[in-house]
Design a protein around this ligand. Structure first.
Ligand SMILES: CC(C)(COP(=O)(O)OP(=O)(O)OC[C@H]1O[C@@H](n2cnc3c(N)ncnc32)[C@H](O)[C@@H]1OP(=O)(O)O)[C@@H](O)C(=O)NCCC(=O)NCCS
Length: 191
């Protein structure tokens, strides 16, 4: 458990050691995220299974009333970045853990922030959620290395600006597998 201000954060793996799947579902079923249905559905339908498979680990942030006020999901994935998009210093840092696919594209290992969302009625904000993310990713980084973090933002100016304020830069745009011409803006930052 990690505490920041009045918020407590537990990973689902940690909760599974103490609670049954049904008890955890009880906590997460009150989570509503009307701005992004996928974020709500992932928590309800996939987060426990993905944690059990070690595919992606979800962290629940509880408020003072023991309500799930926000959550985020972390994983690891390879990414390809066009080296032309990187400054010389960034390139040097990324190359420590990368290889060139061809002349211009490098493949690197990266931490993925796969989901971020807050409950509709919540008073938490992105800054506090990132304090938890930075703490946890920092711990993993100190245990096994890694210099790149990335996420895939909805194509929404407010969200993209929020991530830019956290130091993320766009490196690619990809079509979502869920179709309907939905674009995801892939953004990275060095840590
Ligand atoms: C991301 C999030 C945790 C940030 O929380 P926050 O720091 O308190 O910021 P807010 O919720 O006030 O959002 C800031 C602005 O972005 C807008 N916004 C946030 N997520 C949005 C989304 N998915 N679609 C459209 N607009 C969105 C908000 O409506 C708000 O607009 P406003 O300034 O006009 O009121 C929260 O907005 C959230 O849970 N969003 C929905 C889930 C989501 O889309 N996650 C990101 C997936 S890439």
């Amino acid at each position: 458990m990690i505490r920041i201000d009045d918020f407590d954060c537990f990973s689902i793996v940690e909760l599974c050691e103490e609670y049954s799947k049904d008890e955890i579902q009880e906590y997460i079923k009150s989570f509503k995220c009307s701005l992004n249905e996928e974020v709500e559905k992932f928590l309800l339908n996939n987060s426990i299974e993905f944690a059990n498979k070690h595919q992606a680990i979800t962290y629940l942030i509880f408020d003072y009333h023991k309500t799930v006020t926000a959550y985020f999901t972390l994983s690891i994935k390879p990414i390809s970045i066009n080296s032309d998009r990187l400054s010389l210093n960034s390139l040097k840092k990324i190359l420590r853990l990368s290889e060139y696919n061809d002349e211009n594209t490098i493949s690197t290992a990266a931490y993925l922030i796969a989901q971020i969302g807050k409950n509709d009625k919540s008073l938490i904000n992105i800054d506090i959620i990132f304090e938890f993310i930075d703490y946890i990713v920092g711990k993993i980084q100190n245990s096994c290395g890694g210099v790149v973090e990335f996420l895939e933002s909805e194509n929404n100016e407010k969200l993209i600006n929020m991530y830019k304020n956290k130091g993320f830069k766009t490196f690619n745009i990809r079509k979502s597998k869920s179709g309907e011409d939905r674009k995801l803006i892939q953004m990275y930052r060095l840590i």
